[in-house]
Design a protein around this ligand. Structure first.
Ligand code: NAP
Length: 515
């Protein structure tokens, strides 16, 4: 935006850049997309000069990278840190948005770009007695900057999604005792992280443009280097199937389900892969009862596949206990000043970690009071679930864009690349409007309806809608159950390009009398 000579003001609740990688400082936090792919490709000098140290970068390394990018491109002067946007209200006649922050300041702008993140509103579940806990209570997504000292402490952790599964093995190494309160077990695959070989890194850099282009044609905009022939699981016998799954298990990482092209579509094929992992759990965990409790039902990959380092074997440590708090086990009845009560048992704790996730994709957008045409609130427009055109625009909210919004590939893709694609598209769109003398752009209601139907029909051809995932909003009580991201990055990008080439079909432009 700055390059195009526009004035930009960015508001950030944190005291620094980094977003996810600023807030999620819990032990073990790291990305599960390869570093050389989970990074910006808009500037070749940047990607040539930056040296990643591991296959999967740690949170501190990605935060340093974000800080480097902000410094290198002189971005900090455009950012007001330490403020939260509380409202964005449209003045229809003037075609201006007024943005108000929690320090009472207001800013007017022609365009508002909501880059509020998909996993940024921490979900701290209401559990009886929660606020009475007298020890230290922390959420993985709001981790204290000074860190947490687990040495010798009695630690409890609620939640076994990606955050909990990354944190548990690391906390277990220093805690006196770690009690894991698990409601639903999740499938997790070994990361097989390792230091990056300088020769391999140089090889990628020698053909970075081509490497990036290959990744952008992948379903999630990552993992091209791991691509293999992917027959249908139904077409191979058991020995061949197991051999391929074993290869993928040894390779590690989120491409685990890419060996067969029907795993996310065909329930029977999916169960073969799920059974493969279930057998691994039984092999890795010494105590059969604990192994059984850790073994998920349902489809693998329906909830986001987790990638871990030493997760299952952590339960072989004498200082780690797994408590099943599902309805079939011993649900948490209350949090007390000194611990957690489950059924007849009171678990004494010094530190309680909530790894309980986020109000995903819409949470941070709807915490801002966004008012469009006629004072209509986004929260009301989306009362039955988010409705967008391309995950970029909402009918009734002209000149408001959502970056990686619901209805775009978003969390099903490499977030850095998905963000770049949206920012480029929005920038080009604003250039187009200036060239053509348009003041407002707004998604047409018919285009929104058709897009929502498209997203649903794509999701319905997969196993995604079949479980209680945060992709569906199912983790937040009362949240409408709608599949929010769109599977398939390349087809989506092609559609965005086509829309722009066809004079932004599906959007309506307006020139205001009062400019
Ligand atoms: P999550 O996947 O939503 O997991 C939350 C966990 O908390 C679940 O196990 C959930 O159980 C449990 N939980 C929630 N409320 C509970 C309650 N009242 N009582 C007991 N248990 C409760 O959240 P997350 O682990 O923070 O991960 C969110 C997403 O962030 C990931 O899916 C991923 O996209 C991203 N992430 C990525 C990385 C990475 O790149 N490596 C790391 C961390 C996070 P139920 O399943 O029963 O609801």
């Amino acid at each position: 935006m700055e390059q195009a000579g526009r004035s930009v003001r960015c508001f950030e609740a944190g005291s620094d850049v980094g977003g996810t990688w600023y807030w999620n400082r819990y032990p073990g936090a790291r990305c599960d997309v390869d570093s050389m792919e989970y990074s910006y490709d808009f500037d070749d000098e940047l990607q040539q000069e930056w040296e990643w140290t591991e296959r999967y970068a740690t949170q501190p390394e990605i935060l340093r990278y974000a800080q480097h990018v902000a410094d290198r491109f002189g971005l900090r002067r455009h950012i007001t840190f330490g403020v939260r946007v509380v409202s964005a209200v449209l003045d229809e006649a003037g075609g201006r948005w007024t943005v108000t922050t929690d320090d009472g300041a207001t800013t007017t702008a022609r365009f508002v770009v909501m880059a509020t993140g998909c996993l940024s509103s921490a979900n701290l579940p209401v559990i009886d007695g929660r606020d009475s806990f007298a020890g230290q209570l922390v959420h993985t997504g709001r981790w204290p900057h000074e860190g947490v000292d687990f040495e010798g402490k009695r630690v409890g952790i609620i939640g076994t999604g990606s955050s909990g599964i990354q944190a548990i093995p690391v906390i277990a190494r220093t805690a006196g005792h770690l009690t894991v309160f698990q409601r639903t077990p999740q499938f997790t695959i070994p990361a097989r992280n390792h230091p990056l070989d300088p020769v391999e890194q140089a090889a990628v850099k020698s053909r970075y443009a081509e490497f990036r282009a290959q990744n952008r044609r992948m379903p999630g905009a990552f993992g091209a280097k791991y691509e293999r022939p992917a027959p249908k699981a139904v077409d191979v016998d058991d020995a061949t199937f197991r051999e391929e799954m074993e290869f993928l298990w040894q390779q590690g990482g989120p491409m685990f389900l890419s060996g067969f092209r029907d795993l996310m579509r065909d329930p029977a094929a999916n169960q073969r892969a799920a059974d493969f992992v279930r057998a691994k759990i039984a092999e890795l965990v010494d105590d059969p009862e604990t192994a059984a409790r850790l073994t998920p039902d349902g489809f693998i990959g329906c909830k986001r596949l987790v990638v871990d380092t030493d997760y299952y074997v952590t339960y072989n440590r004498p200082n780690v206990t797994l408590v099943d708090v599902s309805d079939a086990g011993e649900p948490i009845t209350r949090i007390t000043p000194t611990g957690i009560q489950t059924g007849e048992t009171h678990h004494e704790l010094d530190i309680l970690v909530f790894a309980t996730g986020f109000d995903a994709m819409t949470g941070s957008l709807l915490r801002v009071d966004i008012q469009g045409r006629g004072g209509e609130r986004l929260a009301d427009t989306w009362a039955a679930g988010p409705v967008t055109y391309l995950g970029l625009g909402v009918s009734g909210f002209p000149n408001l864009f959502t970056v990686t919004g619901p209805g775009s590939p978003s969390v099903l893709a490499n977030m850095v690349i998905a963000t770049e694609q949206h920012v480029d598209w929005i920038s080009d769109c604003i250039d187009y409007m200036e060239t053509h003398g348009h003041d407002l752009i707004e998604a047409e209601p018919t285009a929104v309806a058709a897009w929502v139907a498209h997203v649903n029909s794509v999701a319905d051809r997969t196993i995604f809608p079949s479980c209680n995932s945060w992709y569906l909003g199912a983790n937040i009580p009362g949240k409408p159950r709608v599949f929010m991201p769109l599977p398939g990055f390349p087809a989506y990008v092609d559609r965005c390009t086509e829309v722009a080439a066809n004079d932004y079909e599906g959007f309506r432009f307006e020139r205001l009398a009062q400019r």
